[in-house]
Design a protein. Structure first.
Length: 274
């Protein structure tokens, strides 16, 4: 072989080896890309409103969550039957891909606790001034041994008393529901009242999810709708990580303390990320 031919062969071999090396590197990179898990996306926050309210009650919390980069869904409950409301939230959860954190206020806790039962895609339950029933509990039975709200003496019914949809009498709404808010803010919530079918108060809960799902609870220390002592007891029974907003009304956790409550939701997210 001449020197010229030998140089040609050596050049060709180096070229083949170089190309082979690139291919090997490419295969290794592809394999690494295929096996590497992307960072987990944040869960969607599902917000379940309470009685004598609608989804707009979450306005300030939603703004805080969006500013922090979270997706939110706030279904509107019919407030006609517990089963119907549980079905509404269950349908919302089914329609959302990936993991969820379910957040509830007031009567929404009854709905959220049942909608989360048996689900592996609900990472956490977060409550504020909410009822947290065990199976068989009703809103009425949960109040046994605690101070009942004087607001129940100021309800306006659309039919038979205590057997039909009801409102809090508008001139008493701020006093019992939102006494820590400005008159303007309380009036906006008052105007958004939705009637609660009163038999809901006596409806026993079915299976609930908080026994197998980590829970967080923000107690409203100045609540005039649910005895704060009852809130503390429900939170303790559920094994919830608990904080308290000492001056909060029934809606204080989702209005005046929206920033702090959003921080609690984020704490739940961080604690339960897989």
């Amino acid at each position: 072989m001449t020197n010229s031919a030998a140089r040609t062969v050596r050049t060709w071999v180096r070229a083949v080896l170089a190309v082979t090396g690139v291919l090997i590197a490419g295969v290794s990179l592809s394999a690494a890309t295929a096996t590497a898990r992307p960072p987990q996306e944040r869960p969607t926050i599902v917000l379940v409103h309470g009685a004598w309210a609608d989804a707009s009650s979450w306005r300030r919390v939603v703004r805080q969550l969006h500013d922090a980069g979270y997706r939110t869904v706030a279904p509107t409950l019919g407030l006609d039957t517990v089963a119907g409301d549980v079905a509404t939230v269950t349908g919302a959860l089914d329609a959302i891909p990936g993991e969820k954190v379910v957040v509830a206020h007031s009567y929404g806790g009854v709905v959220a606790a049942q909608a989360a039962a048996g689900r592996s895609d609900v990472d956490a339950l977060v409550f504020t001034a909410a009822f947290v029933p065990a199976t068989g509990d009703s809103i009425a039975s949960l109040a046994t041994g605690f101070q009942s709200s004087a607001a129940f003496g100021h309800l306006a019914f659309t039919g038979a008393p205590f057997a039909s949809p009801s409102y809090i009498a508008p001139n008493y709404f701020a006093q019992f529901f939102a006494q820590d808010l400005t008159p303007t803010r309380a009036a906006l919530l008052n105007a958004a009242q939705q009637p609660l079918n009163f038999p809901i108060v006596l409806t026993p809960a079915g299976p609930v999810g908080w026994g197998s799902t980590p829970s967080w609870y923000a107690v409203s220390g100045a609540d005039r709708m649910i005895d704060p002592a009852e809130e503390r007891w429900m939170a303790q029974r559920a094994g919830a990580h608990t904080i308290e907003f000492a001056g909060a009304s029934h809606v204080g956790g989702i209005t005046r303390y929206a920033k702090q409550f959003t921080a609690l939701i984020q704490q739940a997210v961080r604690a339960t990320r897989h």
